[in-house]
Design a protein. Structure first.
Length: 119
């Protein structure tokens, strides 16, 4: 075989292998939960996370009482206790031009309720 034919055959085999791996991955290694749940670590619900953010005050004293939050994937906390979750947060939706911010927020369970641990 010539070198170019071997290269084409190798590329075709590689493409088939990647395709098969992509298609079979959910069957071989299903991941239905977030990394925190898979690791056996508790995580807040969206309502608990929203309540924790609304109780939290920024270091400037700014209240987040009107904040809205969508909770994304959580993973065990790397910086502090609890979990770190990707969130989409609007700090004050009552203000004009309020926009959502994508940011990780750390949550920890304190005395039976979730609190913001890392802002």
């Amino acid at each position: 075989m010539r070198g170019s034919a071997i290269g084409i055959l190798g590329a075709a085999c590689l493409a088939v292998g990647f395709g098969a791996g992509f298609v079979l991955r959910p069957v071989i290694s299903p991941v239905a939960a977030s990394p925190a749940v898979a690791a056996g670590v508790a995580q807040p619900s969206e309502d608990e996370a929203t309540a924790a953010v609304r109780r939290h005050r920024l270091f400037t004293g700014t209240s987040l009482a009107n904040a809205t939050l969508k909770l994304g994937d959580c993973s065990p906390g790397g910086v502090g206790p609890g979990v770190t979750c990707m969130t989409q947060i609007v700090l004050d939706p009552t203000k004009p031009n309020a926009s959502a911010q994508d940011r990780p927020i750390g949550f920890a369970r304190v005395n039976g309720q979730w609190e913001v641990a890392v802002w």
